[in-house]
Design a protein around this ligand. Structure first.
Ligand code: PMV
Length: 325
């Protein structure tokens, strides 16, 4: 029996300038560039082992076998790896998360980043960071950003090969903390793949795309200059613009809950009173409140006191996806 195994670990990431909509849905080529930060301490760890004795690919997440759509999406990445390598046999994929999946904490980002790295290495390939980012992107767009370290920008690129993410600053560049206020740990009804496909039905999407280079520039500079005030305004604006597109698409997508909006009001009033924090929300109800590191304890305490907040996850700036065995 031939057996090729590797284990990789990747952090989820939180987007500061969001990706919403594709110019090519199959290749997950985005309609706009995006910027994010990896979330330290939250991770997916995935072991891929190609085994000649397996009659088909197998996917096990947190101890449960996953059939159907989830498995198909994983097999698609495994097929690409089998095409690129000499390994042609089926694989067992065992994956564990230490954070709730499907609730706007970018579980698919960590999952496909870990899968791309583990499966390519298990097949004997040593991909460059860019090649690995591309492979992760084909599983889930935002996963491309969980391959490089720290603060990351995913460039639109001209095509499949160069639509990849690069690090714009290492984790130690800026001490930011993400306090994720969990409003709902339930699996969201409309996943991002379906959401991207209807983004263009919103009359606001074109305006959003036209203005994105400006927002990317402001956000990139705010990170490089560690200018929290500018950063706070641009990430809240970008999140609000993406949700405006979601709310006005056909069918409309409303990811926010009442508690989500309640947190927006609190965060703005805390910032006005001198606590450096700002909100951003992905495709879910949970609110990522980003603050300067030294203020995380105070922020976490305040978020826990808000009715409707069931938990708060706290994460600093994370590193690159890595092989762990
Ligand atoms: O990678 P996907 O298909 O799960 O899309 C992610 C979409 C958002 O999280 C809402 C925004 C982003 O840039 O991460």
């Amino acid at each position: 029996m031939t057996m090729h195994t590797a284990t990789a670990q990747a952090n989820p990431n939180i987007a500061f300038i969001k990706y919403w909509g594709n110019r090519d849905n199959d290749l997950r080529l985005p309609s706009n560039g995006s910027i994010s930060m990896n979330l330290d301490g939250l991770f997916t760890r995935t072991t891929v082992s190609f085994q000649s004795s397996l009659p088909f690919d197998e996917l096990i997440i947190n101890g449960h076998e996953v059939p159907g759509k989830g498995l198909k999406r994983v097999s698609y990445i495994l097929d690409l790896v089998r095409e690129m390598s000499d390994v042609k046999v089926n694989a067992e994929v065992m994956s564990e998360n230490n954070f709730p999946a499907g609730a706007g904490i970018a579980s698919s980002a960590a999952a496909f980043a870990a899968l791309a790295l583990a499966s390519s290495r298990a097949a004997g390939l040593t991909l460059s960071e860019a090649q690995c980012s591309r492979l992760a992107r084909l599983g889930s767009g935002s996963a491309s950003r969980s391959i490089p370290s720290g603060f990351v920008e995913w460039k639109m690129g001209a095509g499949d090969d160069d639509s990849v993410a690069v690090s714009i600053a290492p984790p130690e560049h800026w001490d930011l903390t993400d306090c994720v206020a969990i409003v709902s740990a339930a699996h969201k009804k409309t996943g991002s793949t379906e959401g991207h496909a209807i983004a263009a039905t919103s009359p606001l999407q074109n305006a959003r795309l036209e203005d994105t280079p400006r927002r990317l520039g402001i956000c990139r500079n705010a990170i490089l200059n560690k200018d929290f005030e500018t950063f706070a305004h641009i990430i809240e604006l970008d999140s609000d613009i993406m949700h405006s597109v979601m709310l006005t698409s056909n069918p409309p997508l409303m990811y926010w809950q009442a508690a989500t909006v309640g947190i927006f009001h609190q965060v703005r009033s805390w910032r006005a009173d001198g606590l450096p924090c700002a909100y951003t929300v992905d495709a879910g109800a949970n609110v990522h409140v980003i603050c300067l590191g030294g203020h995380a304890k105070e922020l976490e305490k305040r978020l826990r006191e808000i009715p409707g907040v069931s938990n708060v996850l706290v994460a600093g700036v994370g590193g690159a996806a890595k092989i762990v065995s």
